[in-house]
Design a protein around this ligand. Structure first.
Ligand code: BTN
Length: 319
Protein backbone atom coordinates (compact mmCIF):
# COMPACT_ATOMS: atom_id res chain seq x y z
CA UNK A 1 0.00 0.00 0.00
CA UNK A 2 1.40 3.43 -0.92
CA UNK A 3 1.73 5.65 2.15
CA UNK A 4 0.58 9.23 2.46
CA UNK A 5 3.02 11.84 3.80
CA UNK A 6 1.35 11.66 7.23
CA UNK A 7 1.72 7.89 7.26
CA UNK A 8 5.40 8.24 6.32
CA UNK A 9 5.87 10.69 9.20
CA UNK A 10 4.33 8.19 11.60
CA UNK A 11 6.47 5.33 10.32
CA UNK A 12 9.56 7.51 10.83
CA UNK A 13 8.51 8.61 14.33
CA UNK A 14 7.96 5.01 15.40
CA UNK A 15 11.60 4.22 14.63
CA UNK A 16 13.25 6.61 17.08
CA UNK A 17 12.49 8.47 20.25
CA UNK A 18 13.20 11.90 18.77
CA UNK A 19 13.17 13.05 15.17
CA UNK A 20 14.12 16.61 14.30
CA UNK A 21 11.90 18.64 12.00
CA UNK A 22 14.88 19.28 9.73
CA UNK A 23 15.67 15.57 9.31
CA UNK A 24 12.03 14.71 8.66
CA UNK A 25 11.77 17.49 6.09
CA UNK A 26 14.87 16.22 4.31
CA UNK A 27 13.82 12.56 4.41
CA UNK A 28 10.36 13.27 3.05
CA UNK A 29 11.49 16.07 0.77
CA UNK A 30 9.01 18.64 2.03
CA UNK A 31 9.36 21.90 3.96
CA UNK A 32 9.61 22.15 7.75
CA UNK A 33 6.39 24.15 7.71
CA UNK A 34 4.66 21.29 5.91
CA UNK A 35 5.98 18.88 8.56
CA UNK A 36 4.63 21.17 11.29
CA UNK A 37 1.17 21.28 9.64
CA UNK A 38 1.07 17.48 9.31
CA UNK A 39 1.98 17.20 13.01
CA UNK A 40 -1.00 19.39 13.93
CA UNK A 41 -3.33 17.17 11.88
CA UNK A 42 -1.91 14.00 13.45
CA UNK A 43 -2.51 15.47 16.91
CA UNK A 44 -6.10 16.30 15.94
CA UNK A 45 -6.55 12.69 14.78
CA UNK A 46 -5.59 11.42 18.25
CA UNK A 47 -1.84 10.83 18.06
CA UNK A 48 0.00 12.16 21.09
CA UNK A 49 3.07 13.95 19.78
CA UNK A 50 5.31 16.20 21.83
CA UNK A 51 7.93 18.57 20.45
CA UNK A 52 10.70 20.89 21.52
CA UNK A 53 13.09 23.11 19.63
CA UNK A 54 16.21 21.11 20.47
CA UNK A 55 15.18 17.53 19.80
CA UNK A 56 12.25 17.83 17.41
CA UNK A 57 9.22 15.55 17.59
CA UNK A 58 8.39 12.47 19.66
CA UNK A 59 5.45 10.09 19.23
CA UNK A 60 4.34 9.39 22.80
CA UNK A 61 1.15 7.44 22.22
CA UNK A 62 -0.80 6.33 19.19
CA UNK A 63 -4.18 6.32 20.91
CA UNK A 64 -6.73 3.73 19.92
CA UNK A 65 -7.25 4.41 16.25
CA UNK A 66 -8.53 1.95 13.67
CA UNK A 67 -6.82 3.60 10.73
CA UNK A 68 -5.00 1.56 8.07
CA UNK A 69 -1.61 2.73 9.32
CA UNK A 70 -2.49 1.74 12.90
CA UNK A 71 -3.59 -1.75 11.82
CA UNK A 72 -0.70 -2.23 9.41
CA UNK A 73 1.96 -1.96 12.10
CA UNK A 74 0.83 -5.30 13.61
CA UNK A 75 0.04 -7.04 10.33
CA UNK A 76 2.11 -9.98 9.08
CA UNK A 77 -0.28 -11.18 6.37
CA UNK A 78 0.52 -11.56 2.69
CA UNK A 79 -2.96 -10.80 1.33
CA UNK A 80 -5.60 -10.18 3.97
CA UNK A 81 -5.94 -6.60 5.21
CA UNK A 82 -3.50 -5.25 2.65
CA UNK A 83 -6.19 -2.92 1.34
CA UNK A 84 -8.06 -1.21 4.18
CA UNK A 85 -10.92 1.26 3.95
CA UNK A 86 -11.50 3.12 7.19
CA UNK A 87 -14.59 5.24 7.94
CA UNK A 88 -15.40 7.25 11.02
CA UNK A 89 -19.11 6.61 10.63
CA UNK A 90 -21.10 4.21 8.48
CA UNK A 91 -24.48 2.49 8.48
CA UNK A 92 -22.87 -0.92 8.03
CA UNK A 93 -19.45 -2.09 6.91
CA UNK A 94 -21.18 -5.01 5.13
CA UNK A 95 -22.74 -2.66 2.55
CA UNK A 96 -19.40 -1.06 1.63
CA UNK A 97 -17.68 -4.45 1.48
CA UNK A 98 -20.38 -5.76 -0.91
CA UNK A 99 -19.90 -2.67 -3.09
CA UNK A 100 -16.15 -3.25 -3.07
CA UNK A 101 -16.71 -6.85 -4.10
CA UNK A 102 -18.82 -5.73 -7.05
CA UNK A 103 -16.14 -3.24 -8.06
CA UNK A 104 -13.63 -6.10 -8.30
CA UNK A 105 -11.71 -5.10 -5.15
CA UNK A 106 -8.85 -7.45 -4.30
CA UNK A 107 -9.26 -10.42 -1.99
CA UNK A 108 -8.46 -9.41 1.58
CA UNK A 109 -9.98 -5.92 1.28
CA UNK A 110 -11.05 -4.83 4.76
CA UNK A 111 -13.69 -2.24 5.65
CA UNK A 112 -13.56 -0.90 9.22
CA UNK A 113 -15.37 1.88 11.01
CA UNK A 114 -15.38 3.63 14.38
CA UNK A 115 -19.11 4.15 14.57
CA UNK A 116 -21.55 1.78 12.87
CA UNK A 117 -25.05 3.16 13.09
CA UNK A 118 -27.07 0.31 11.57
CA UNK A 119 -25.05 -2.85 12.10
CA UNK A 120 -26.55 -6.09 10.85
CA UNK A 121 -26.60 -9.28 12.88
CA UNK A 122 -27.60 -12.88 12.21
CA UNK A 123 -31.26 -13.75 11.59
CA UNK A 124 -32.18 -10.17 10.67
CA UNK A 125 -31.16 -8.81 14.08
CA UNK A 126 -29.31 -5.55 14.62
CA UNK A 127 -25.78 -5.31 15.99
CA UNK A 128 -25.23 -2.64 18.63
CA UNK A 129 -22.14 -0.44 18.28
CA UNK A 130 -21.03 2.45 20.45
CA UNK A 131 -18.73 5.08 18.95
CA UNK A 132 -15.02 4.20 19.28
CA UNK A 133 -15.86 1.43 21.77
CA UNK A 134 -15.86 -1.59 19.55
CA UNK A 135 -14.66 -3.01 16.27
CA UNK A 136 -16.90 -3.30 13.23
CA UNK A 137 -15.17 -4.82 10.25
CA UNK A 138 -16.00 -6.66 7.04
CA UNK A 139 -13.46 -8.75 5.18
CA UNK A 140 -13.79 -9.64 1.49
CA UNK A 141 -12.59 -13.08 0.36
CA UNK A 142 -13.05 -14.95 -2.91
CA UNK A 143 -12.69 -18.67 -2.14
CA UNK A 144 -12.76 -21.04 -5.09
CA UNK A 145 -14.90 -23.71 -3.38
CA UNK A 146 -18.41 -25.11 -3.97
CA UNK A 147 -21.18 -22.81 -2.78
CA UNK A 148 -22.43 -25.10 -0.02
CA UNK A 149 -19.07 -24.81 1.76
CA UNK A 150 -19.20 -21.01 2.16
CA UNK A 151 -20.98 -21.26 5.53
CA UNK A 152 -17.93 -23.06 6.95
CA UNK A 153 -16.10 -19.74 6.76
CA UNK A 154 -18.17 -18.55 9.72
CA UNK A 155 -16.72 -21.39 11.76
CA UNK A 156 -13.17 -20.89 10.46
CA UNK A 157 -13.42 -17.15 11.24
CA UNK A 158 -14.82 -18.04 14.68
CA UNK A 159 -11.84 -20.30 15.41
CA UNK A 160 -9.40 -17.62 14.23
CA UNK A 161 -11.14 -14.97 16.32
CA UNK A 162 -11.26 -17.15 19.43
CA UNK A 163 -7.61 -18.15 19.07
CA UNK A 164 -6.50 -14.58 18.48
CA UNK A 165 -8.47 -13.25 21.47
CA UNK A 166 -6.95 -15.98 23.63
CA UNK A 167 -3.50 -14.58 22.80
CA UNK A 168 -4.64 -11.52 24.79
CA UNK A 169 -5.40 -13.85 27.71
CA UNK A 170 -9.16 -13.56 27.34
CA UNK A 171 -10.86 -16.90 28.04
CA UNK A 172 -13.28 -16.92 25.08
CA UNK A 173 -15.35 -19.86 23.89
CA UNK A 174 -17.43 -20.41 20.75
CA UNK A 175 -21.18 -20.93 20.80
CA UNK A 176 -22.09 -22.65 17.53
CA UNK A 177 -22.17 -21.31 14.93
CA UNK A 178 -21.08 -17.71 15.25
CA UNK A 179 -21.01 -16.28 18.78
CA UNK A 180 -17.86 -15.64 20.76
CA UNK A 181 -18.51 -15.70 24.50
CA UNK A 182 -16.67 -14.85 27.70
CA UNK A 183 -18.11 -16.37 30.85
CA UNK A 184 -21.33 -17.11 28.99
CA UNK A 185 -21.81 -13.57 27.65
CA UNK A 186 -21.43 -12.53 24.03
CA UNK A 187 -18.35 -10.46 23.21
CA UNK A 188 -18.27 -10.86 19.42
CA UNK A 189 -20.42 -12.04 16.55
CA UNK A 190 -19.83 -13.06 12.95
CA UNK A 191 -22.10 -12.56 9.96
CA UNK A 192 -21.07 -14.24 6.71
CA UNK A 193 -22.77 -13.15 3.48
CA UNK A 194 -22.13 -14.61 0.04
CA UNK A 195 -22.43 -13.17 -3.46
CA UNK A 196 -22.77 -15.65 -6.32
CA UNK A 197 -22.45 -15.59 -10.08
CA UNK A 198 -24.21 -18.37 -11.98
CA UNK A 199 -23.47 -21.34 -9.72
CA UNK A 200 -20.20 -20.20 -8.20
CA UNK A 201 -19.10 -17.99 -5.33
CA UNK A 202 -17.93 -14.59 -6.48
CA UNK A 203 -17.25 -13.26 -2.99
CA UNK A 204 -17.87 -13.86 0.68
CA UNK A 205 -18.09 -10.96 3.11
CA UNK A 206 -17.15 -11.93 6.64
CA UNK A 207 -18.54 -9.30 9.01
CA UNK A 208 -17.18 -9.26 12.55
CA UNK A 209 -18.31 -7.15 15.47
CA UNK A 210 -16.24 -7.14 18.69
CA UNK A 211 -17.15 -5.35 21.91
CA UNK A 212 -13.88 -3.93 23.18
CA UNK A 213 -14.19 -1.01 25.61
CA UNK A 214 -17.91 -1.10 26.41
CA UNK A 215 -18.74 -0.67 30.09
CA UNK A 216 -22.51 -0.73 29.54
CA UNK A 217 -24.98 -2.12 27.05
CA UNK A 218 -28.53 -1.08 26.16
CA UNK A 219 -31.60 -2.66 27.78
CA UNK A 220 -32.46 -5.91 26.07
CA UNK A 221 -28.87 -7.10 25.62
CA UNK A 222 -27.26 -5.89 28.83
CA UNK A 223 -27.58 -9.25 30.58
CA UNK A 224 -26.20 -11.20 27.64
CA UNK A 225 -23.43 -8.96 26.28
CA UNK A 226 -19.96 -8.12 27.53
CA UNK A 227 -16.71 -6.57 26.33
CA UNK A 228 -13.03 -7.48 26.34
CA UNK A 229 -12.21 -4.71 28.83
CA UNK A 230 -15.07 -5.57 31.15
CA UNK A 231 -14.05 -9.21 31.39
CA UNK A 232 -10.29 -8.79 31.53
CA UNK A 233 -9.77 -5.40 33.16
CA UNK A 234 -6.83 -4.70 30.86
CA UNK A 235 -6.51 -2.23 28.01
CA UNK A 236 -6.71 -3.04 24.31
CA UNK A 237 -5.69 -1.34 21.11
CA UNK A 238 -8.39 -2.10 18.59
CA UNK A 239 -5.92 -1.99 15.70
CA UNK A 240 -3.82 -4.71 17.33
CA UNK A 241 -6.90 -6.88 17.88
CA UNK A 242 -7.89 -6.50 14.21
CA UNK A 243 -4.39 -7.32 12.94
CA UNK A 244 -4.00 -10.29 15.30
CA UNK A 245 -7.26 -11.70 13.95
CA UNK A 246 -6.22 -11.16 10.32
CA UNK A 247 -2.81 -12.75 10.91
CA UNK A 248 -4.43 -15.87 12.34
CA UNK A 249 -7.33 -15.97 9.91
CA UNK A 250 -5.02 -15.86 6.89
CA UNK A 251 -3.29 -19.03 8.12
CA UNK A 252 -6.58 -20.83 8.79
CA UNK A 253 -8.17 -19.63 5.55
CA UNK A 254 -5.24 -21.12 3.60
CA UNK A 255 -5.56 -24.36 5.61
CA UNK A 256 -9.29 -24.50 4.83
CA UNK A 257 -8.70 -23.99 1.08
CA UNK A 258 -5.98 -26.65 1.02
CA UNK A 259 -7.24 -29.28 3.48
CA UNK A 260 -10.95 -28.59 3.87
CA UNK A 261 -13.03 -28.15 7.02
CA UNK A 262 -12.35 -31.64 8.38
CA UNK A 263 -8.96 -30.42 9.60
CA UNK A 264 -10.66 -27.99 12.03
CA UNK A 265 -13.05 -30.28 13.87
CA UNK A 266 -10.91 -31.06 16.90
CA UNK A 267 -9.66 -27.48 17.26
CA UNK A 268 -13.24 -26.20 17.13
CA UNK A 269 -14.23 -28.66 19.83
CA UNK A 270 -11.44 -27.49 22.17
CA UNK A 271 -12.89 -23.96 21.89
CA UNK A 272 -16.56 -24.95 22.06
CA UNK A 273 -18.81 -23.58 24.78
CA UNK A 274 -20.82 -26.24 26.70
CA UNK A 275 -19.19 -29.21 24.95
CA UNK A 276 -20.62 -32.45 26.44
CA UNK A 277 -23.24 -30.40 28.31
CA UNK A 278 -26.99 -30.38 27.81
CA UNK A 279 -28.17 -27.74 25.33
CA UNK A 280 -31.40 -26.74 23.60
CA UNK A 281 -31.46 -26.00 19.93
CA UNK A 282 -34.12 -24.42 17.72
CA UNK A 283 -34.64 -24.86 13.99
CA UNK A 284 -37.45 -23.42 11.87
CA UNK A 285 -39.49 -26.54 12.41
CA UNK A 286 -38.64 -27.78 15.89
CA UNK A 287 -36.86 -27.44 19.21
CA UNK A 288 -34.58 -30.23 20.46
CA UNK A 289 -32.55 -30.81 23.61
CA UNK A 290 -29.59 -33.08 24.17
CA UNK A 291 -25.88 -33.32 24.86
CA UNK A 292 -23.62 -31.26 22.64
CA UNK A 293 -21.26 -33.80 21.04
CA UNK A 294 -19.41 -31.41 18.72
CA UNK A 295 -19.43 -30.82 14.97
CA UNK A 296 -18.73 -33.02 11.96
CA UNK A 297 -16.30 -32.55 9.05
CA UNK A 298 -18.77 -30.28 7.24
CA UNK A 299 -19.37 -27.99 10.24
CA UNK A 300 -22.79 -29.43 11.11
CA UNK A 301 -23.61 -29.52 14.84
CA UNK A 302 -24.02 -32.95 16.54
CA UNK A 303 -26.42 -33.44 19.45
CA UNK A 304 -27.13 -36.65 21.36
CA UNK A 305 -30.90 -36.60 21.83
CA UNK A 306 -33.16 -39.28 23.33
CA UNK A 307 -33.44 -40.85 19.88
CA UNK A 308 -29.69 -40.95 19.28
CA UNK A 309 -27.19 -38.68 17.52
CA UNK A 310 -28.83 -35.97 15.44
CA UNK A 311 -27.08 -33.47 13.18
CA UNK A 312 -28.37 -29.99 12.43
CA UNK A 313 -27.08 -27.95 9.53
CA UNK A 314 -28.94 -24.78 10.36
CA UNK A 315 -30.17 -24.04 13.87
CA UNK A 316 -29.73 -21.74 16.84
CA UNK A 317 -28.58 -22.78 20.29
CA UNK A 318 -30.78 -21.17 22.90
CA UNK A 319 -29.07 -20.09 26.10
C1 BTN B 1 -24.30 -11.69 15.07
O1 BTN B 1 -23.77 -12.18 16.07
O2 BTN B 1 -25.52 -11.61 14.98
C2 BTN B 1 -23.42 -11.18 13.97
C3 BTN B 1 -22.98 -9.77 14.22
C4 BTN B 1 -22.08 -9.23 13.13
C5 BTN B 1 -21.80 -7.76 13.32
C6 BTN B 1 -20.77 -7.26 12.37
S1 BTN B 1 -20.18 -5.66 12.79
C7 BTN B 1 -19.34 -5.54 11.29
C8 BTN B 1 -20.24 -6.12 10.24
N1 BTN B 1 -21.16 -5.10 9.77
C9 BTN B 1 -22.43 -5.38 10.08
O3 BTN B 1 -23.41 -4.66 9.79
N2 BTN B 1 -22.50 -6.54 10.75
C10 BTN B 1 -21.18 -7.14 10.91
Amino acid sequence: MAHSVREQILIALRQRTWYSGQELAETLNISRTAIWKHMQTLKEEGYQIISNKKQGYQLVDEGDLLTPIAIEQWLTTARLGRHILHFEELDTTQRIAHEQAQQQAQEGTLVVCDHQTNGRGQLGRTWHEAKNEGIAMSLLVRPDVPMHQAGQLTLVAGIALAQSLRTFDVPVTIKWPNDILINGRKVAGILTEMQTEADRISSVIIGIGINVHHEQFPEGIKDRATSLVRESGRTFRRAEVVATFLNRFEQLYTQWLELGFGSFVSEWETLADRLHERVTLRTRQMTASGTLLGIDETGTIRIETETGETRFHSAELIY
